[in-house]
Write a protein that binds this ligand. Structure first.
Ligand code: SAH
Ligand code: SF4
Ligand code: F3S
Length: 487
């Protein structure tokens, strides 16, 4: 496993190795010396907190940051009044950025009370030059700043920051490197995200991700399978394969492998019970993928298929490369083959040039597809993207009004869809004790829906049959099913 490395045996008198990940193990060992000094001086271990903004990919990156901090010897906490705090940032919409700036102000207050505290920032927002300028000017109390391409060098950067004064900034424009086998601290012992690819080449005209995450790179299937086998041996029953566009997985490999084929191989891993993946770009969803999903016993009956807009003209301006008709046809094909599949989506309201008629088309699409859930966003102008330079930006009040109208329809449809399961017995992976009511545990169904059932912590991580008794819109109240019928 990852944590079998004996850091005590790494010779720090030697120069750091050049190859990865050995180089990072060397710096972890070096940081451990610093932790030892801290413990001697303060009579306790230093505490570290990793705060994540943004998507599943960032969440997985944060598990890597936590794994490194744990191996360095930090005690991990969720309290930001820690000795080391790192924000793993997102910049997909402006409100994500504003939240980071707001929270940084709070951290400054904590640092005044604990001058030894170190503050670090990483992630997508750091790949934007204007953010770095703003940090230098207005947030000089930040100690370490790095981006998405050199996150694997976290231990090395932390070590350098211990040895230097002032703000240490290291941002790379690109990388073609994928570093395997760094330590990871998983949030859940029984489920895990797995990166199967990094970056994005689609350049949807509103989206900043290709600029901050770089070009699309796929991991070798053997590396992915090896990681999953290790996870399963460590108690994981559910994996989520992660990428900005998993349907184009494998195209850039020396020996190309289709996503459907990767799924087939993952399915073969003994002991693994459930497979999820996200995100699927409609333009690249292959008939083979539908077939593999249909035949699979492990791939969950859930597809996140971002629509973005129901108007062909807006889709063209968004550079999505499918039409309204093509999307509908795809959904019909999927539902025809896999009738019990839940389909969820992302929709943007207020893209430049969007007219009330365009929005009607989107609303009509929601009614036709009958999404099980949809994440709706107000368009946010991102500097450097083609859409930011488009002339006909939609006024804010119009966007807000459109958003509210859309949301109502989305909620109605999702409610109708959810109600269909009432009275059924389905298998749920119990994920946690309910935060608000500790007499309940919360589980996730095969189709990604949530169910709360009476139970205790001993059920967490187990797959249990549950009867779905009361539908409350997005979630069910249910009971562990004691019979032996599963449907
Ligand atoms: N790779 C995924 C999405 C990643 S970003 C895909 O292609 O589907 C997650 C969602 O954020 C997108 O689906 C989109 O709906 C939304 N989004 C991206 N850029 C946005 C912007 N500039 N304004 C508002 N929403 C945006
Ligand atoms: Fe952004 Fe489009 Fe890439 Fe998704 S596919 S990350 S929306 S550019
Ligand atoms: Fe945000 Fe970066 Fe994900 S911009 S949505 S954290 S890839």
């Amino acid at each position: 496993m990852f944590d079998e490395i004996d850091f005590g045996r790494i010779d720090l008198e030697e120069a750091p190795p050049l190859e990865e990940p050995a180089r990072q193990f060397y710096f972890i060992a070096k940081c451990r010396e610093w932790v030892k000094d801290f413990e001697e001086k303060h009579g306790r271990l230093p505490k570290a907190c990793v705060t994540t903004f943004g998507c599943q990919m960032n969440a997985r990156d944060s598990e890597k940051l936590s794994g490194i901090l744990r191996d360095i010897g930090y005690e991990m906490t969720e309290d930001e009044r820690a000795d080391f705090v790192i924000f793993n940032t997102c910049t997909v919409r402006d409100n994500a950025n504003q939240r980071v700036y707001g929270r940084l102000g709070e951290l400054n207050g904590y640092k005044r009370r604990n001058p030894g505290m170190k503050i670090a920032l990483c992630g997508c927002m750091m790949q934007e030059p204007e953010v770095i300028e703003k940090l230098k000017k207005s947030y000089p109390f930040v100690d370490l700043v790095f981006g998405t391409h050199n996150i694997y060098k976290f231990a090395e950067l932390l070590c350098r920051s211990f040895e230097s004064q002032g703000m240490l900034i290291d941002i790379w424009k690109e990388t073609d490197k994928i570093v395997e086998d760094l330590p990871v601290e998983r949030k859940y012992p029984f489920k895990s995200g797995i990166n199967i690819m990094f970056g994005c080449d689609n350049f949807c005209s509103y989206c900043i991700v290709p600029y901050v995450r770089g070009r699309e790179r796929s991991r070798e299937p053997e590396d992915i399978l090896r990681e999953i086998r290790r996870l399963v041996a460590d108690g994981v029953v559910e994996v989520m394969l992660l990428g900005q566009n998993v349907n184009s997985y494998g195209k850039t490999l020396d020996k190309p492998v289709a996503f459907a084929e990767l799924l087939r191989q993952v399915e073969g891993i003994e002991g693994l019970k459930r497979i999820r993946f996200m995100t699927s770009h409609p333009k690249d969803l292959s008939p083979e993928l539908i077939q593999v999903m249909k035949e699979s016993e492990k791939i969950c009956r859930h597809l996140h298929l971002p629509l973005q807009s129901g108007s062909t003209e807006i889709l063209r301006r968004m550079n999505r490369r499918y039409t309204r008709e093509q999307y509908l046809e795809l959904v019909q094909k999927i539902r025809g083959e896999i009738p019990d599949i839940a389909i969820t989506t992302d929709i943007i309201v207020g893209f430049p040039g969007e007219t009330p008629e365009d929005l009607e088309q989107t609303i009509d699409m929601v009614r036709r597809v009958k999404y099980d859930n949809a994440f709706t966003f107000i368009y946010s102008k991102r500097t450097g993207t083609p859409a930011a330079a488009m002339e006909d930006q939609v006024p804010e009040a119009q966007m807000k009004e459109g958003f509210d109208r859309l949301l109502k329809v989305v909620q109605e449809t999702a409610r109708e869809q959810a109600a269909k399961l009432q009275g059924r017995v389905m298998e749920a992976l119990i994920e946690e004790v309910n935060e608000n009511d500790p007499s309940l545990v919360t589980g996730r169904l095969f189709d990604n829906r949530i169910v709360h059932v009476p139970g205790d912590a001993s059920l967490v991580g187990k797959l249990m049959p549950v009867s779905l008794e009361e539908c409350h819109g997005f979630y069910y109240m249910g009971r562990i099913y004691k019979g032996d019928v599963l449907c």
